[in-house]
Design a protein around this ligand. Structure first.
Ligand code: PLP
Length: 470
């Protein structure tokens, strides 16, 4: 297996703790079988999320010292505005404390009650803000995105026939914008193609519908386009990023992902009226429009992070290929997971991993808990728990995809951490019949996956000594 070497050397280290199987069994029980409720100190390799978990470069740490903490007109704001314009190409920019704050402001301004908001699959916070603004999310992603075995190279694409059906059914005036996500998170980090985006642009121009980009992972998506889409092999990732944005009317962005920082986000657009309205909202919910929800030093680190991520293609190649390396190890061992491999994460297919557990007993949640106990690696459920209940029927949504996400933080772990993770999961796969389903003992009303607590359905068989990693 080929591994692209890490294009950096390590200057500061953070020790991580190895624990025993017994220790981890107790820890997961106390966390209600919810990996979100584990203490970070009890985790060996943390693949919960790639959100805000990036390692910053020496240049970013230096940039922090250059924070201008003026309440109004911080020089870091202008630096970040210029960087966003240079890399993403949008005319106007409003900083927010993270992505969901940008989603909140955008949804509030663009959605009217009873509107439909088509999107290439839902994202948890994105859909919630659409619903809070009175809209209804409509999934218009290609069918293959819901099939974990389809090898389509651009499984994030929008199905134009689904767009047409929606417009015919409700009328274009009830569709304020398409929420278009790059490297679709809930589909397994699957990219969109420029060809699809161009087609969608033509469709939206015909019906006067905006395209609002979820810009959270556009840089990763651009790498896939360079690698897979005809005509893009010789373009730089930076050029491709700008081209993607050029077909859209604006974006929301969680800078905690591609941006290589621990906190931050923004809203950007080309329309001046929308910009003026967004500045009016940001001052209510976040802060003055020249800092949003960020400190000056946060904006300085983000500007540097965005520049680094596209300066050469070396970083992003290593980043996406490291994820692929982990996926290939699992492929060789026959562990069921989503293919092709996404940019930020490998998604185990819990339905196929644990066919003996009914979806109402939360196979992905059970698998994430079992992986922690077996290996000390923390992962995240992306299935029936994350998807929540249908507001109309009150029933669990039972999404087609019942996944466990192994999310790779940027520039944090090395090849040997990937090897260790794969070995542990392969070991667990060989004894998958021992894993039990779960039931709720506490179920929050919204975004329940964050704080829900569970109990194991039947008492687990006593784990044998050889299951331990020690
Ligand atoms: C993380 C994420 C968000 C929300 O951003 P936060 O910074 O966590 O608020 C929105 N969309 C996608 C695709 C994301 O991955």
């Amino acid at each position: 297996m080929k591994h692209v070497p890490e294009p950096f050397k390590i200057k500061t280290v953070e020790p991580i703790k190895m624990t025993t199987l017994e220790y981890r069994e107790k820890a997961i029980r106390e966390a209600g079988y919810n990996t979100f409720l584990l203490k970070s100190k009890d985790v060996f390799i943390d693949l919960l999320t790639d959100s805000g978990t990036s390692a910053m470069s020496d240049a970013q740490w230096a940039a922090l010292q250059m924070g201008d903490e003026a309440y109004a007109g911080s020089r870091n704001f202008y630096e970040l505005e210029e960087t966003v314009r240079d890399v993403y190409g949008y005319k106007y920019f409003v900083p927010t404390h993270q992505g969901r704050a940008a989603e909140h402001i955008m949804s509030k301004l663009l959605i009217k009650p009873d509107d439909r908001v088509p999107g290439n699959m839902f994202f948890t916070t994105t859909r919630l803000h659409q619903e809070l603004a009175g809209g209804t999310f409509v999934d218009v992603i290609v069918d293959e995105a819901h099939d974990t075995t389809s090898e389509l190279p651009f499984k994030g694409n929008v199905d134009l026939a689904k767009m047409q059906r929606l417009v015919d059914e409700v009328g274009a005036d009830r569709v304020p914008y398409v929420s278009y996500e790059t490297c679709v998170n809930m589909a397994g980090g699957q990219p969109i193609s420029i060809a699809n985006l161009k087609e969608l642009r033509a469709f939206c121009d015909k019906y006067n519908i905006k395209i609002m980009l979820d810009n959270t992972r556009t840089i990763e998506n651009a790498y896939f386009i360079q690698k897979r889409e005809p005509g893009y092999a010789d373009k730089s990732v930076k050029e491709i990023v700008k081209e993607i944005c050029s077909y859209t009317d604006g974006c929301t962005c969680s800078a905690k992902k591609d941006g290589l920082v621990n906190i931050g986000g923004f809203l950007a657009m080309n329309d001046e009226d929308f910009f003026v309205a967004a500045k009016g909202e940001v001052v209510i919910y976040e802060g003055l429009h020249t800092y949003g929800g960020m400190s000056g030093r946060d904006m300085a680190a983000l500007a540097q992070g965005i520049r680094e991520s596209v300066e050469t293609d070396d970083y992003i190649r290593y980043r996406v290929e490291q994820t692929n390396y982990l996926g290939e190890l699992l492929t060789e061992a026959g562990v069921p997971h989503v293919v092709p491999h996404g940019g930020h994460a490998i998604f185990l297919d819990a339905r196929r991993f644990l066919p003996h557990i009914d979806q109402e007993q939360f196979p992905a949640q059970s698998l994430a808990a079992a992986i922690y106990v077996e290996t000390g690696v923390r992962t995240m459920e992306r299935g029936n728990v994350s998807s929540g209940r249908d507001p109309e029927t009150g029933k669990n949504r039972q999404p087609a995809l019942e996944l466990v996400r192994l999310t790779i933080p940027r520039r944090v772990y090395t090849q040997s951490h990937m090897d260790f993770t794969a070995e542990g999961i392969i070991r667990l796969y060989k004894q998958r019949n021992k894993i039990n389903g779960l039931k709720f003992v506490f179920e929050p009303k919204v975004l329940r996956f964050f704080q829900a607590r569970f109990e194991e359905l039947t008492t687990a068989t006593t784990p044998q000594a050889h299951l331990s990693i020690e």
